[in-house]
Design a protein around this ligand. Sequence first.
Ligand code: ADP
Length: 158
Amino acid sequence: DREKIIMTGVLNLKAKKIRDVMTNLEDVFMLEANRIVDDELVLNVYGFGYSRIPVYEGEKNNIVGLVYARDFALPDTESGKFTVRHIVNFCKHRYGTSITPDDSSYDVFNLFKKEQYHLGIVVEYDNTSEKDPRARAVGIVTFEDIIEEMIQEEIVDE
Ligand code: ADP
C-alpha cells in the first residue's frame, strides 16, 4: 500500500544518487546573462512556467546565477538597457553550486534544508586540465525532485 511505498522511498533515499533524480542540462530552460530583457524574453519566461531559471554565460555549462520568473514582473523592458545579469546581481538568489551526480539524495535533501534554497546546479569537474579545474554544469536538482523520490510519485504542478 501507499504507506509501504513511501517508507521504502524514504529508506532508499541515502542510496539514491543525484544522477538518478536530476534534470539533465539539455532539458533545462536557461537564460544567457547578456540577453536584453525585452517583452519577448518576459513572455518566453512566463510561457515556460518554471519558477527558477539558471543563468549561463557563453557556454550553457557555465552557470553564473539564478533568476526567478517573478523577478521579471519588475524591470522596465522599454529602455533596452536591462540585461538578465542585472537581475541576477540585483536579486542575488541563493542556490547550490557544488552538488555532484554521485552525491546522495539524502545529503542534498539535508543541504537544501540547512541552506534554505530549493535548487542546486549539478556539476562535474574537468580533471583533464589541471590549470582549469572548472566546474561544468551537467544538470539541476530541485527539492521537488527529491520529494518525488521519497514519495515514489510524480508531483503534478498546478
Ligand atoms: P517549478 O517550481 O518551476 O515547477 P520545481 O522545483 O517544482 O519547479 O521542479 C519541478 C521539475 O522541473 C523538477 O524535475 C525540476 O528539476 C524541473 N525544473 C525546475 N526548474 C527547471 C528549469 N528552469 N528548466 C527545466 N526543468 C526545470
